[in-house]
Design a protein around this ligand. Structure first.
Ligand SMILES: Nc1ncnc2c1ncn2[C@@H]1O[C@H](COP(=O)(O)OP(=O)(O)OP(=O)(O)O)[C@@H](O)[C@H]1O
Ligand SMILES: [Mg+2]
Length: 446
């Protein structure tokens, strides 16, 4: 089976990858790692049983700013399967203005088609290059075109060598290039639930348009790219690509439904947004349970797509979701609130840590920014305290605090460079203590 070709990461490897960016939350990391690995395991199970194995969908629950979306983002890069992250709050019930729920399956399918297409492109790359090279030689040496086995061939071979060495890159050739029909010629506004119609109408229009070709003068290196693209396009069998893509979506697709709590609301029966929210849940149900969705590439069955939902569940509870929907998300993982020690680690340890980011930014101004250990601890402490005093926004607090902390340096950097600037605990206190102490002030600034 196609998907099995890709060597999948083990749960431990997935966890290690996630550890590079996310501090703590090991339970959540483990759950998603297992879920991801299970996709591959299912592929190895023989046919009749394989179809019976339904994905174990997950809900991640945790306060705001503790890494739910971050886990999804990082997972998306790891999963070699089609992966779509989307906010549940974007959807509206069919019949209302907005995106209908099925559109996520269509998006996922588009994504898979692009994915398979670029894989196929890689496979034909060498052949496309050869073809393009010959075409280019034809253009450069029109007279030598078809005369083989004469002295001219060696001219051609000499040119080929020069071409490969990049010696002809600055020459110009004339080329017929396909022009994309200037696409949104007709903008069609989709009524709710009609997105599919919109895209198919647009597709139809673009196939009806004659493939306009235009002569253009371009230099050889650009011509090479254009011709390679065109050759690759011709070598790829799009029917096969679409088939593969649909199989991949059906067998290993993953949808990350962020902000699921925003569509969970107790049906008060009073109308208003609640009705629509419950409608979204009702629309979600068949997709999560397994249904067929029409996409412009064909029908896609959703039975084995893995859903990972996540939400803060401040106001609502998972139990406020429709019971049927709750049942389709059997695995619940809770993310932990972050501690002051976590903040220290978040500031410094991830590959994209905030401290690293600020250092890199100021490095471009020839400022060597150095944070000593006590300074980091102080930043973590202040952030944690502000979170406790006011609203707990998790690690997001670090962003606001850090920004305030380096504000002055950021502003003055070009004037004082080159210089080494040491950020000490004392500096942190001087810059932030008076703000953090004053509740009104910090409400606005931090
Ligand atoms: N455990 C963590 N380790 C490293 N960085 C984190 C962690 N938690 C949060 N962050 C950082 O804080 C910011 C917000 O995190 P994220 O978007 O994951 O929050 P969330 O849990 O999805 O919150 P919300 O419920 O509000 O959507 C991101 O920049 C993220 O990198
Ligand atoms: Mg989030």
């Amino acid at each position: 089976m196609e998907v099995a070709e890709i060597k999948p990461l083990t749960p431990r490897e997935i966890e290690t990858e996630l550890d590079k960016y996310i501090i703590g939350q090991s339970q959540a990391k483990r759950s998603v790692a297992i879920a991801l690995r299970n996709r591959w395991r299912r592929q190895q199970v023989p046919e009749p049983l394989r179809d019976e194995i339904a994905p174990k969908n997950i809900i991640m629950i945790g306060p705001t700013g503790v890494g739910k979306t971050e886990i999804a983002r990082r997972l998306a890069r790891l999963a070699k399967s089609p992966f779509l992250k989307i906010e549940a709050s974007k959807f509206t019930e069919v019949g209302y203005v907005g995106r209908d729920v099925e559109s996520m399956i269509r998006d996922l399918t588009h994504l898979a088609v692009d994915m398979v297409k670029s894989e196929e492109k890689e496979k034909v790359e060498a052949r496309a290059k050869d073809l393009a090279e010959d075409q280019l030689l034809d253009l450069l040496l029109p007279s030598v075109k078809k005369e083989q086995n004469t002295g001219e061939t060696s001219t051609r071979e000499r040119f080929r060598q020069m071409l490969r060495d990049g010696k002809l890159d600055d020459r110009f050739v004339e080329l017929e290039v396909a022009q994309r029909p200037s696409s949104p010629m007709i903008e069609i506004f989709a009524a709710a639930g009609m997105e599919e119609m919109q895209s198919s109408v647009q597709d139809m229009l673009s196939t009806m348009m004659p493939d306009k070709r235009k002569r253009r003068r371009v230099n050889v290196s650009e011509a090479k790219k254009i011709l390679e693209q065109e050759a690759a396009g011709k070598l790829i069998d799009m029917d096969k690509v679409v088939k593969k893509a649909i199989a991949r979506v059906e067998q290993s697709g993953i949808i990350f439904l962020d902000e699921i709590d925003k569509v969970a609301a107790k049906g008060s029966g009073a109308g208003g947004p609640d009705v629509s929210r419950e409608g979204v849940q009702r629309d979600l149900l068949p997709i999560v349970e397994g249904t067929s969705v029409h996409t412009k590439h064909g029908i896609v069955l959703t039975d084995h797509i893995l859903f990972i939902a996540s939400g803060a569940f401040h106001v609502s509870r998972p139990s406020d979701l429709l019971p049927e929907l709750q049942g389709r998300f059997p695995i619940r993982v809770e993310l932990d609130p972050l501690t002051q020690e976590d903040f220290v680690k978040i500031l410094t340890e991830p590959e994209n840590a905030l401290v690293t980011q600020y250092k890199a930014l100021l490095d471009t101004e020839n400022i060597d920014l150095i944070f000593d250990t006590e300074a980091i601890e102080e930043i973590a402490k202040i952030s944690f305290e502000v979170n406790e005093q006011m609203e707990n926004i998790g690690a997001r607090r670090l962003h606001t605090v850090m920004e305030k902390l380096v504000e002055e340096i950021s502003f003055e950097a070009p004037d004082v460079a080159p210089q080494q600037i040491m950020i000490t605990a004392k500096y942190v206190q001087e810059r932030l203590k008076h703000i953090a102490k004053d509740e009104d002030l910090s409400r606005f600034i931090l």
